[in-house]
Design a protein around this ligand. Structure first.
Ligand SMILES: *[C@@H]1O[C@H](CO)[C@@H](O)[C@H](O)[C@H]1NC(C)=O
Ligand SMILES: *[C@@H]1O[C@H](CO)[C@@H](O)[C@H](O)[C@H]1NC(C)=O
Ligand SMILES: *[C@@H]1O[C@H](CO)[C@@H](O)[C@H](O)[C@H]1NC(C)=O
Ligand SMILES: *[C@@H]1O[C@H](CO)[C@@H](O)[C@H](O)[C@H]1NC(C)=O
Length: 410
């Protein structure tokens, strides 16, 4: 027997379908910290500035009718319904730490599973970093247990310890990191003409001792190693070598093309996996290792060069570990895509000029975890916990998606 109320509801539905209004873009419930960005709303805007006025770096462009503050207030930006599955019903977002000036939350974010800690670094990449061991060769860590305890507060500055674990030219200008058989493998950019770039293994426990794994290509210095990843299928180490050491005045002129290399640490073989980049930067593999994603941040080489890529490229990794089928996967809308990582379903996350952008495996932008500032890199711990670098701010987000790891190397 229908109640009056349900009859009224049916009547309202009928009325609505008769006076059909445009359907809302997202029909599902949107979590409290999320907001929908309707891309159709800015397909046509009143004023479209020419390139010489549009500043592709910072501050980030705000879509029509949004303010920077509104974008930050609800940092999960839903560009596509699929993003709701990624963030789940109750994502959280917290500022964990902040510095007045020193960009200590910069790069090489890596999870140490045994102690549930996240390591990250400051290097001399940003002029604010200045010089000196504490600035250009500084490795820090936080406890994720402490981060979990404050995840439901928006601002937890002062509640989480940021611990300097090592400041030593044993790891000169660290910039990329990956789990390596219970230890941490770091891509170091080098410093000056005499301290060469290298792949260096660090013990994640005191005394944080190190062992150099590779420091040359048949006797030649690399330019300034930037980032690395291990392919889960062949366990080889793939790493990128742009010239940011030269851009930032701490390395001499480049001696080799800017390439992606492959290192088999069991046989010692070093080969080139791909070239044709301006600044090959972040690198990661899809779950299972079939695809490689490499970012090219050539738009920032020596200042802004707008004709250069700020793009993510996808390669198919063949059974023998070589790369083929270079494909332009995404061109990012805000500054450059730096660090890149996949979740366990193969969605691709990139650290960009306004936060972390998330693409599905077809390169469709699903959404952003918006920080409003450069997020050079970020990293998953298990169970959808994400630590995001923001130079002078450190963020912690929890979402439904899970990270993808080379399990036996954790
Ligand atoms: C943006 O704001 C203007 C002025 O308030 C309004 O006329 C317009 O409809 C809004 N556009 C969208 C897409 O909401
Ligand atoms: C872009 O904006 C930033 C910050 O407002 C400024 O420092 C930079 O010089 C601008 N770049 C260009 C090319 O206008
Ligand atoms: C480097 O950092 C450590 C730990 O904070 C501090 O004790 C030391 O004085 C710093 N050294 C320099 C040269 O700033
Ligand atoms: C650190 O030192 C220990 C004890 O000598 C050694 O077993 C370990 O392999 C070293 N780790 C690194 C990364 O050098």
């Amino acid at each position: 027997m229908a109640s009056l109320r349900s009859i009224a509801a049916v009547a309202a539905l009928l009325t609505n379908s008769v006076n059909a209004v445009a359907p809302p873009v997202v029909k599902r419930a949107v979590p409290a910290l999320a907001q929908v960005i309707n891309q159709k709303a800015f397909n046509v805007i009143p004023t479209v500035p020419p390139a010489e006025e549009f500043n592709a770096s910072s501050p980030p462009w705000t879509p029509l009718n949004f303010t920077a503050a509104a974008l930050k207030e609800k940092p999960f930006h839903v560009y596509d319904d699929e993003f709701l599955d990624i963030i789940g019903p109750n994502p959280t977002f917290t500022i964990l730490a902040e510095t007045p000036k020193d960009p200590i939350f910069h790069e090489a974010v890596v999870w140490y599973k045994k102690k549930d800690e996240m390591f990250f670094v400051q290097n001399a990449g940003n002029p604010d970093a200045g010089t000196g061991l504490n600035k250009s060769a500084a490795i820090y860590k936080i406890s994720l247990k402490q981060a979990d305890a404050v995840k439901n507060t928006r601002n937890a500055v002062g509640k989480v310890d940021v611990t300097l674990v090592k400041a030593s030219f044993e790891v000169p200008n660290p910039n990329g990191a990956f789990q390596y058989k219970g230890q941490i493998l770091i891509a170091a950019e080098g410093s000056g003409p005499k301290i060469e770039p290298a792949l260096i293994v660090m013990n994640p426990e005191p005394p944080y001792n190190t062992t150099v794994l590779l420091n040359n290509f048949f006797g030649r210095q690399f330019n300034s190693l930037n980032d690395l990843s291990i392919n889960p299928r062949n366990l080889d180490i793939y790493f990128t070598d742009p010239t940011y050491g030269l851009s930032n005045n701490f390395r001499p002129a480049a001696g080799m093309p800017t390439q992606v290399y492959r290192f088999n640490d069991r046989t010692g073989a070093v080969t080139v996996a791909a070239d044709g980049f301006i600044m090959p930067n972040g690198i990661t593999f899809s779950p299972g290792g079939k695809y490689a994603y490499v970012t090219d941040t050539g738009m920032w080489r020596n200042g802004l060069e707008l004709l250069n890529p700020s793009s993510i490229y996808r390669f198919t990794v063949q059974e023998d570990g070589t790369f083929e089928d270079r494909k332009t996967f995404a061109f990012t809308d805000t500054n450059i895509p730096d660090g890149v990582h996949c979740d366990s379903k193969g969605n691709v996350y990139a650290g960009v000029g306004d936060g972390v952008h998330v693409y599905n495996p077809s390169g469709k932008l699903l959404g952003k975890i918006y920080t409003g500032r450069t997020a050079a890199n970020f990293q998953f711990a298990s169970d959808g916990r994400l630590v995001i670098m923001g130079e002078t701010q450190l963020y912690y987000a929890t979402i439904a998606a899970r990270g993808d790891f080379v399990e036996e190397y954790l």
